[in-house]
Design a protein around this ligand. Structure first.
Ligand SMILES: [Zn+2]
Length: 137
């Protein structure tokens, strides 16, 4: 028994070492990946309950595609690109979550400008290029 637990400990140590070596230089997971996986899981669950075969097939395909995408991202060695994707996702996510502000892109320099919501029509001055534009908040 003692032998076996020893063997088990060594085995799991070797396994985690192998995993760490395998993941070296790879991107791993982030919040964007978690969102992709969750969406894939939801699509998978929905596909089980949908009575229409065509919709079922579509949802299953989508869920597989999403899960493969998440795996691809976590194993990717192009960490810079994956990091940028996550950043963009978080930006959009924060925008959607933010109920107190509205976000506009400056028509001249594309700088993102955040203004309080519900103030009616206001004139916005871009903090970067000083361009003035009117938007309905
Ligand atoms: Zn601007």
């Amino acid at each position: 028994m003692n032998n076996f637990s020893n063997w088990l400990r060594q085995f799991s140590a070797r396994l985690s070492y192998g995993y760490r070596r395998f993941m070296e230089g790879r991107y791993g997971t982030d919040r964007f990946n978690m969102a992709i996986l969750t969406t894939g899981l939801v699509a998978c669950l929905l596909s089980m309950f949908f009575p229409i075969a065509a919709v079922k097939l579509l949802l299953t395909t989508v869920s597989y595609a999403l899960m493969f995408w998440a795996i691809f991202r976590s194993l990717s060695r192009n960490t810079y690109k994956r990091y940028q994707e996550n950043r963009k996702f978080l930006q959009v996510f924060d925008r959607v979550k933010d109920r107190e502000h509205r976000y506009f892109d400056c028509p001249k320099c594309r700088q993102m400008v955040r203004v309080p919501r519900g103030k009616g029509k206001i004139s916005i001055t871009c903090p970067r290029c000083r361009e003035k534009f009117v938007r309905n908040t």
